[in-house]
Design a protein around this ligand. Structure first.
Ligand code: SAM
Length: 278
């Protein structure tokens, strides 16, 4: 028996008109829909009068559910993965299932559509030629610190996701790491009634949201460091000075070695051997 196909179906990020004809056709024709939030997806399916069976696939059941879905695919069933909104596997479940499916020789087919980050980037007015997706800043203190360290010398435009109740803390941390003058575009409620773009600097954004309660969903688009800014930041320092500076900022030696290597664009071992020679 031939194996089934795993379809990665992007759904709208706010405006139902953004569903594609191919997504509707796929959702109608697959044997099963694996949804991050079945209640949310049911609304979408009801709206478009689609009656395909559905099962849940989300962060906390992805291990067992992943194996269950793979068995079905191996038995010849076709499955569509959908997240709450937007493109599966982008800050949403799907990534692990794709890996597992590939290991099992299952065909993957993307059914592309809305992604919040790309919609924000193309409307931002910042450089789109080279950009990087940074997702959410971790709530884990150590990981957050490493992430903020790593982006200090990033020259590409950066895309971040954030929840409204964490926006101010995130803006403050980004401002401390990248400086008050750095340009930022806050893309809010994309494709929805209250869609808005705030084009400002990190310093002003921190001020704006100090007292104002942010509402809705946000993508933060941040300009990259200028090449000279990025170069002076680390190449003016020796490897020892660089690692010491990071440790003075509170990192452990191991984390500082990792971050310094990334910032200088050299292998970790190179930094490690200089530090351990001391
Ligand atoms: N998979 C989705 C995608 O393709 O963009 C992202 C899911 S992630 C769990 C949710 C985050 O995406 C939100 O916290 C927000 O940062 C961003 N987001 C989703 N919809 C948005 C919208 N309509 N406007 C602005 N940001 C949005």
């Amino acid at each position: 028996m031939s194996k089934g196909t795993l379809y990665l179906c992007a759904t709208p990020i706010g405006n139902l008109g953004d569903i594609t004809a191919r997504c509707l056709e796929t959702l109608e024709n697959v044997d099963l829909i694996a949804a991050e939030d079945t209640r949310q997806t049911l609304k979408l399916l009801n709206h478009f009068e689609i009656h395909t069976p559905m099962t849940s696939y989300y962060e906390h059941n992805k291990r067992e559910k992943g194996n269950y879905l793979i068995e079905k695919l191996l038995a010849g069933e076709s499955i569509a993965v959908v997240s709450d909104a937007g493109t599966p596997a982008i800050s949403d479940p799907g990534e692990d299932l794709v890996k597992l499916a590939i290991e099992n020789g299952i065909r993957i087919t993307p059914v592309p559509g809305a992604v919040a980050g790309i919609s924000a980037l193309i409307s931002s007015g910042l450089t789109t030629g080279r950009f990087c997706f940074e997702g959410f800043l971790s709530m884990n203190k150590r990981q957050r610190k490493i992430h903020l360290e790593e982006i200090k010398t990033e020259t590409r435009t950066m895309l971040f996701y954030e929840a409204p109740h964490k926006l101010h803390a995130t803006l403050s941390d980004l401002c401390d790491a990248l400086g008050e003058e750095r340009k930022i575009v806050l893309a809010r409620e994309l494709t929805k009634l209250h869609e808005e773009f705030v084009r400002t600097t990190l310093g002003e954004a921190v001020e704006k949201y100090k007292d104002e309660q942010p509402k809705g969903e946000f993508v933060l688009v941040i300009e990259g460091a200028s090449t000279t800014e990025a170069e002076t930041d680390c190449t003016s320092l020796s490897i020892e000075e660089h690692v010491k500076m990071l440790m003075d900022e509170g990192m452990s030696e191991g984390d500082a070695i990792k971050a310094a290597a990334k910032q200088r664009g050299v292998p970790k071992n190179e930094v490690y051997s200089v530090i351990k020679k001391k």
